[in-house]
Design a protein around this ligand. Structure first.
Ligand code: SF4
Length: 407
């Protein structure tokens, strides 16, 4: 244990109480357990202090940690869901440069917002950010609400995001529970069961809540202690208590009191259900060129990723010849198509294969209207495109230069 914590160590931990009291905390808080409430509170305070002090010395210097603006924290938290920190850093920087205030987001053209989100996936999140910004403008005069209930009522904001904004930006004793926090807590307390569902999930929320409340009460932990303790859990899960068999327990600030480590069962927790089966999906994708312009189609309101532009594509069976599908849909003669390499990508539980064919062809008049668009290579750069189709556009530019000709 780190000796620089003013005498604090796991010896201060009421061992006899910990495993019983915390694992039955719901009961205990209702006063039906024989365990000591004072012992529980002390345990939580010790944990909160160890974590907070560790965070003070080990926190990564991330750009959104240099601000306490709830809007900036909100954007970072939504971007970080299912996305690596290193990926998010440039996205967050661009977003904050372009839309630095809630009003800027609320009043931005939707296609500009989608363009800033392009490549992060889960595009409904970007749309919800803008809806929420409009709501803040209308209902809260453009000032980010301080009340956790009001934060939670905004479009696209769930319990985790509301807790993260309230604690990190506003230093309120609100809990957070994401994948990293789940891993730390289930290992620390050796909690069995699926952490995503009852009965364990509400218990984890309760533990996370008790921990941040303990930090809130511990005035000696200094300023922004709710923000620091919650971020310490996230940081520990991201950098030390990592998935797999070998978390870095040797440098963990709470190792001496960790039950999974004591049992040598770190890899057992959390007890997540088996991963869903990956399903293959196939698409016939046509790159049609005419006089240096490419045919694009807008994803419509009834489709996922609506508002994004793509090269025309249709889902097919695994053995359907893509040329036949494209010819039937686009009217391009079968013998005009030539092959480009397949593009493979993953979205949630799907492994997608875009089977790409290209053709130079005189366009149908219908393609100049509505959801169809002809764009030059440089115009492609400024349009919001889904990640797979952006890759295709980049490939085209790389293969043929700024004014690519397919034949
Ligand atoms: S001791 Fe190991 S398993 Fe336990 S919380 Fe720390 S890193 Fe995770």
């Amino acid at each position: 244990m780190d000796p620089g914590l003013g005498g604090l160590s796991s010896q201060n931990w009421p061992q006899a109480d910990r495993h019983v009291s915390l694992r039955t905390m719901g009961l205990q808080r209702r006063g039906t357990s024989g365990c000591s409430v004072q012992g529980l509170e002390k345990s939580l305070e010790v944990t909160a202090e160890l974590l907070t002090r560790w965070f003070d010395r080990n926190a990564r210097d991330l750009p959104w940690r240099r601000t306490q603006d709830p809007y900036a924290v909100w954007i970072s938290e939504v971007m970080l869901q299912q996305t690596q920190v290193q990926t998010v850093i440039p996205y967050w920087g661009r977003w904050m440069d372009t839309l630095p205030r809630i009003r800027d987001l609320a009043e931005a053209p939707p296609e500009r917002v989608l363009k800033l989100w392009e490549g992060l996936g889960y595009y409904s999140r970007a749309r919800n950010l803008q809806r929420a910004a409009c709501q803040i403008l209308e209902k809260h005069n453009g000032v980010f609400p301080q009340d956790p209930g009001a934060i939670l009522s905004l479009p696209g904001i769930g319990r985790y995001t509301a807790g993260a904004i309230a604690s990190i930006a506003l230093d309120q004793p609100e809990p957070i529970l994401d994948g990293n926090v789940i891993r730390v807590l289930t290992r620390f307390f050796a909690l069995e069961g699926n952490p995503k569902v009852r009965p364990l999930n509400p218990r984890l929320w309760e533990l996370a809540s008790a921990l941040v409340e303990a930090a809130y009460s511990a005035e000696h932990l200094g300023d922004r202690r709710c923000a620091r303790v919650n971020q310490s859990l996230m940081e520990l899960g991201a950098t030390v208590c990592t998935p797999g068999e070998q978390p870095a327990c040797g440098v963990c600030p709470v190792a001496e009191a960790c039950e999974a480590r004591r049992r040598g069962q770190q890899e057992r927790f959390p007890e997540l259900p088996p991963r869903v089966t990956i399903t293959g999906r196939f698409f016939a994708t046509g790159i049609v060129e005419h006089q240096g312009k490419y045919l694009l189609k807008l994803r419509e309101d009834t489709e996922v990723n609506r508002g994004f532009w793509e090269f025309p594509n249709w889902e097919t069976g695994p053995s359907d010849p893509p040329e036949a599908v494209l010819s039937e849909r686009l009217g391009v003669p079968l013998n005009r198509w030539s092959s480009l390499p397949d593009l493979r990508h993953h979205i949630t539980r799907y492994r997608m294969t875009q089977r790409v064919r290209c053709a130079s062809f005189l366009p149908s008049p219908d393609w100049a209207k509505g959801t169809w668009l002809w764009a030059t290579a440089s115009e492609l750069e400024s349009l919001a495109m889904t990640a797979a189709h952006r890759k295709l556009a980049v490939r085209l530019a790389g293969a043929f230069g700024k004014s690519p000709q397919l034949s």
